[in-house]
Design a protein around this ligand. Structure first.
Ligand SMILES: [Zn+2]
Length: 208
């Protein structure tokens, strides 16, 4: 191999997505998971994986792709169902073993401040969650789940059971080389405030 060829190979190897570090994280459920950071992912965000130990190693790992939602996950907002979905995922994956990918794509990838602007557009103009995104100049849902496939492969996982109601997650993962053996629906967490939000997601193809 020429030195030029060797350099190219080295660069390719260096650039492949991989694990950056693994640390133990004790959770409020009493379970200790591994929290994994990554390097060379296709975007520059600090995505993490919580890997829960499995008792039955024959079982295909249960996986959830959760997009960060500061207002729902941390502040307990009832405008969406993210906080409930995150709690459910931690419980189910914690019980069976598997992986929770916590993706840093706040507000379906538009960022926190833009999401707050979209909330304001919903309040001022009566728009739904997707129409509000287009009203402030974004695609309805600009997220890509390619990075999730990269994270799973870095963890050595190529076949999963996916906890989701969102068919886009299934197709994005499959397009990027992950086998989705089974799709398990998440619960429906309805409140007075999020009823329209859930209906809109359902209208857009989520199986709620
Ligand atoms: Zn949310």
């Amino acid at each position: 191999m020429t030195s030029q060829g060797a350099a190219n190979t080295n660069r390719r190897e260096k650039d492949a997505p991989g694990i950056r570090g693994i640390t133990k994280l004790a959770l409020d459920s009493g379970i200790v998971s591994d929290i994994v950071s990554f390097k060379n992912l296709s975007d520059d965000k600090e995505h993490i994986a919580l890997v829960f130990p499995a008792e039955n190693l024959e079982l295909t790992p249960l996986v959830r792709l959760h997009s960060e939602c500061l207002t729902g996950d941390v502040l307990g907002s009832s405008h969406c169902d993210c906080g409930d979905q995150l709690r459910e995922a931690k419980e189910q994956i914690g019980a069976q073993g598997g992986v929770l990918l916590y993706l840093r794509q706040e507000g379906r990838g538009i960022g926190l401040y833009n999401k707050l602007d979209a909330y304001k557009a919903q309040q001022d103009h009566g728009l739904d969650t997707f129409a509000a995104n287009t009203h402030i100049g974004f695609a309805e849902d600009p997220r890509s789940f390619k990075v999730a496939a990269e994270m799973l492969k870095a963890l050595g996982i190529e076949k999963i059971r996916l906890l989701t109601n969102n068919p886009d997650k299934v197709s994005d993962l499959e397009m990027n080389g992950i086998i989705v053996e089974d799709v398990i629906s998440t619960g429906r967490f309805e409140t007075e405030e999020n009823r329209r939000y859930l209906q809109t997601k359902s209208d857009k193809g989520h199986s709620l």
